[in-house]
Unconditional design. Structure first.
Length: 285
């Protein structure tokens, strides 16, 4: 089996490493024949290039790395199938068609619900009790392709986007190994999504983390704070118009308890420390 892996962040690494371990045939003979990931970006004052976890893994395993999906076609990469997880860009149809069995896209929602860039964040923010992961056969529309596999996962009361995402992709790696060979052998019939049930999400910006605490429902606020971790992080304004990040919270007997905050330009502190130092009270009154 020859696989092209499309992905970028650290949380997709369980999928990449599981494919490698499952189908490796010997030293230096990975089933991953190429990876496509986001290009390195300059970080910090010294603008040092930072490479994605997928990029670093490929370098360590001496696997060709590309920064644009079209390079797979340009360089005539010989592969059977593509696996995509949080790549970060739309893959053109001619690239999909270059691979004999297409590209399997691993999307962390119960499609057609929550198509788009931020499905886990929306699920937590909306107070959902469960979500899941859907693997589709990628087509030329965003998260629109036929369903190959789908599983459900409970959203725990203390889950953040970060913790739930890690759990979903860990489980996705195991599920993928169960169905990828049956799919290649034609034993799985892809299922068309119900367009009438489609909902959508968008890429989150820093400003999307704002919440007005005054008069807000404690459950809604707590869900919002959890959903905005690790990005863009929930924040609000203080009476002096400074911003304060709301890092952690929980509910106790129906009331919102803020656990940890961070005033702009400062380090994170407990809410108790914050109140003692600055004299501000954050509340829903």
């Amino acid at each position: 089996m020859k696989i092209v892996f499309f992905g970028t962040p650290d949380y997709v690494m369980p999928i990449l490493t599981s494919l490698h371990k499952k189908f490796v045939t010997g030293p230096g003979k990975s089933p991953i024949v190429a990876v496509v990931t986001q290009s390195p970006k300059p970080i910090g004052r010294k603008q040092i290039l930072s490479y994605s976890p997928v990029d670093k893994w490929a370098h360590d395993h001496r696997i060709p790395t590309y920064y644009q999906s079209s390079e797979i076609v340009k360089n005539e990469v010989d592969a059977d199938i593509g696996v995509c997880a949080a790549f970060g860009e739309i893959i053109p149809e001619f690239v999909i068609g270059h691979l004999k069995f297409g590209i399997l896209n691993i999307h962390p929602s119960l499609l057609p619900e929550y198509r788009g860039a931020s499905p886990i964040t929306y699920a937590i923010k909306d107070g959902k009790k469960e979500t899941g992961v859907t693997t589709i056969l990628m087509d030329d529309k965003v998260d629109h392709g036929k369903i190959i596999s789908q599983f459900k996962e409970e959203i725990k009361p203390d889950d953040t986007t970060e913790t739930l995402r890690a759990r979903l992709f860990e489980r996705s790696a195991k599920v993928l190994l169960e169905f990828i060979e049956p799919y290649l052998k034609g034993k799985i019939t892809p299922k068309v999504q119900d367009e009438g049930k489609a909902t959508y999400t968008k890429k989150l910006l820093k400003e999307d983390g704002f919440i007005n605490l005054t008069g807000s429902d404690p459950v809604v606020v707590n869900n919002f704070i959890r959903a905005m971790q690790p990005w863009p992080i929930a924040w609000t304004y203080l009476p002096n118009e400074k911003r304060v990040k709301l890092l952690k919270s929980h509910l106790y007997e129906g009331k919102l308890i803020i656990d940890e905050v961070q005033l702009e330009g400062k380090t994170p502190v407990s809410y108790k420390q914050f109140k003692a130092a600055y004299g501000f009270e954050l509340g829903l009154s």
